[in-house]
Structures are given as structure tokens and as C-alpha cells.
Design a protein around this ligand. Structure first.
Ligand code: FES
Length: 284
């Protein structure tokens, strides 16, 4: 018997969720409660499987990495919190939430790409080129993405005729993150091994300062794979940050995973001022 296709399973799920959403109250609330209880049950079961594979099975970490590369399992890992979604996946989720609103008013919106600190969007249909839709963008779509993706600081709208990958095509800049956040004084830059990492605690936050070729970056001190601390991570001459636990590698400057596209470390803006590493506590 052939296995069902990933898309078929996803469609089946969408249909079932839509059916629940269309139920009258109180049946809808009861059905949603049952769904959420099932989700919690399966999330814990998945997390327990990961823990056992990671801690008790020889070669379990390699098996986990292989599992996470499978689209179906990866979706399950993302949905249950085993893997942390990257900026593109978070932006897509944010768009999914506002898409019904966009459709009901103007047309269609598409996420072209996310290249922090910019997310590129394209509008199609009735909203394309409409001044009204662009001004509404900041309030609805732009703010939804800014709220969901801390790495994104501004939204650019592409020409509807531009093809994906055309980097010269943005025609308007709209929503921009309102910078807040406090700059925190971190360690002396000379105390950060170069190249290397230094764990730094800021109140409740465990941070990781990374130095590579004179530049500094700052991440939450938790690997995006299984959340283990990165205190003993190494930085290679090629600019890769390597987790000591199961060997996941990241771009030392951006925190982007080199093993799993779309997954990355949570990052904070960092700079060196008067020999001190300064960290802005708002996540990027
Ligand atoms: S915790 Fe597994 S590679 Fe980092």
C-alpha cells in the first residue's frame, strides 16, 4: 500500500480543522478542547521520543538529524516545539493568520523571501498597486510579520511583475519595526575568545557572545536543535559555529543553521563600543 502524500495529509488536516471551525457553539469549543488535548498529548510523546533517542540510544543524535530532514517529520518537530522555526517559517505562519483578512478586502499576498532585517512581499489581484492597500499593509500584514519575526525590521513590497529572486524589484517600503529595547553592557570584547564564544548572563537570559574575524554577534545560549547550551561551541576559521552536543553548525554571524534550512538561533543585535560588547535586548 502506498504512503499518503504529504500534501494530501496536510489537506485532510485543513479540511478537518475547517469542519471544526464551522461547528456551532458549544460543540466547536468542545471539539477544539479535544483537539488541543490531543496536541498536548502527542507533543509530549514526540518530545519524550526525542529525549530517549538523544540520551539513551547510541547514534540517536544522527538519527534525529536525519529525521528532522524529512519534510513530514520536520513539520511534526516544528509543530511540537522540538525544532525552532526559522524566520521564513514564522513569517509564513504570520501571513497565514492575516491572509483571510487580506483576501476578504483586496486580493492575495505572497511572501517572496525573508532576508533579515527585511521581509519582501508581493501583492496580487485587486490590491496590487493600490495606494489604499499599501497604507493598510503597515497596519495588517507588516505588523503581523514584525510581531512574529523578531529578525525582521522592515517590509518591502515587490513589483507584482517581478519574478521571485529579482533583487532589484522592491517598489515600496512600508512597515518598519519601531525600535525599542535596551542596550546592555556586555563583556569586554578582548575577553571573548577570537574566534570563539563566551557565555554571558543578562538577568534571566543566557546569552552567547560570538567573536569571529573582528565581528561580534549575540545569540540566546540554546541550540536550535534540542536547546542545549552552546558554552562549549567552537567557531571555525570558515565562520561556522559548531554545537558541541550533536554537531549542528550555524553561520557564526547570523545564527542561521547550516544543517536545516530555515532554522536558526535566536539572535540579538550586538556591537562593540569603547572596547565593550553592547547587546540590545530586543530580539532580532
Ligand atoms: S543540541 Fe543537538 S546539535 Fe546542538
Amino acid at each position: 500500500m502506498s504512503r499518503p502524500a504529504f500534501e494530501d495529509l496536510a489537506n485532510e488536516l485543513d479540511v478537518a480543522i475547517a469542519a471544526v471551525d464551522s461547528l456551532p457553539e458549544p460543540a466547536r469549543t468542545k471539539a477544539k478542547n479535544a483537539t488541543e488535548a490531543l496536541e498536548r498529548f502527542f507533543s509530549e510523546a514526540v518530545a519524550q521520543q526525542v529525549r530517549i533517542l538523544r540520551d539513551q540510544v547510541e547514534g540517536g543524535s544522527a538519527a534525529l538529524a536525519a529525521l528532522a530532514a524529512d519534510p513530514l517529520v520536520r513539520t511534526l518537530f516544528l509543530a511540537t516545539g522540538v525544532l525552532r522555526p526559522g524566520p521564513t517559517e514564522r513569517a509564513e505562519r504570520a501571513l497565514d493568520l492575516v491572509r483571510p483578512y487580506v483576501r476578504s478586502h483586496w486580493g492575495e499576498v505572497e511572501l517572496v523571501r525573508v532576508e533579515p532585517p527585511v521581509a519582501y512581499l508581493r501583492f496580487k489581484g485587486a490590491c496590487d498597486g493600490c495606494v489604499g492597500s499599501l497604507s493598510s499593509l503597515e497596519d495588517v500584514v507588516g505588523q503581523a510579520i514584525l510581531a512574529a519575526v523578531a529578525e525582521v525590521e522592515r517590509i518591502e513590497v515587490m513589483d507584482a511583475a517581478a519574478v521571485v529572486g529579482d533583487r532589484d524589484a522592491p517598489v515600496a517600503m512600508s512597515a518598519t519595526r519601531r525600535h525599542g529595547g535596551t542596550w546592555l553592557e556586555g563583556p569586554r570584547f578582548e575577553d571573548v575568545p577570537a574566534p570563539g564564544v563566551l557565555a554571558w548572563r543578562a538577568g534571566e537570559r543566557n546569552l552567547l557572545i560570538v567573536s569571529h574575524q573582528g565581528s561580534v554577534s549575540c545569540f540566546e545560549n540554546a541550540c536550535a536543535h534540542l536547546g542545549m547550551p552552546l558554552d562549549r561551541a567552537t567557531v571555525g576559521s570558515d565562520g561556522t559555529l559548531r554545537c558541541p552536543w550533536h554537531g549542528f553548525t550555524y553561520d557564526a554571524r547570523t545564527g542561521e543553521s547550516l544543517n536545516l534550512p530555515g532554522v536558526q538561533l535566536l539572535s540579538y543585535e550586538a556591537r562593540v563600543t569603547a572596547g565593550r560588547v553592547m547587546i540590545r535586548l530586543e530580539r532580532r
